[in-house]
Design a protein. Structure first.
Length: 142
């Protein structure tokens, strides 16, 4: 007696497994992408916060005005003292996010206070995720 029968799966069973896997992926993938967007935005917000805080510290330690330029088109933050660029940070490219500022620049005076109407908000976006970094007139970043 020969045993030619093989243990295996039928086409119906395989299709059922593939359909279940497809349904699970349809649920999991969008949530995973959304989580990655939130992580990128939070990381970029931390980078913006650190850059703005550094600019304020440079103004205080150098006893001279320091300006921050927000280039929304390229996603670059530039910290400069006069014409000298002290730091240029391409946050948009580094974190794959879009930056939008309520103003295109902010200047800290030698005391670390914002000059003029110095309120600034930098909105960081990636698809549906967004976060805002605020700078008050007193120069505080939050």
């Amino acid at each position: 007696m020969h045993d030619f029968e093989r243990a295996g799966y039928t086409v119906v069973e395989l299709l059922l497994v593939v359909m279940i896997a497809g349904i699970v992926m349809a649920i999991v993938v969008p949530r995973g992408l959304s989580m990655l967007d939130r992580i990128a935005v939070q990381s970029a917000a931390g980078d913006v916060h650190a850059t703005l805080s550094l600019a304020r510290s440079l103004a205080l330690s150098g006893n001279a005005a320091v300006a921050i330029d927000v280039d929304s088109a390229s996603g670059v933050l530039r910290v400069r003292r006069g014409a000298e660029v002290l730091l240029s940070r391409n946050i948009g490219h580094a974190h794959d996010v879009r930056l939008d500022g309520t103003r295109d620049s902010l200047t800290y005076d030698a005391r670390g206070l914002g000059r003029g109407a110095a309120n600034l908000s930098v909105i960081i976006r990636r698809r549906s995720a967004s976060e805002t970094v605020f700078v008050s007139r007193l120069g505080r970043v939050r």
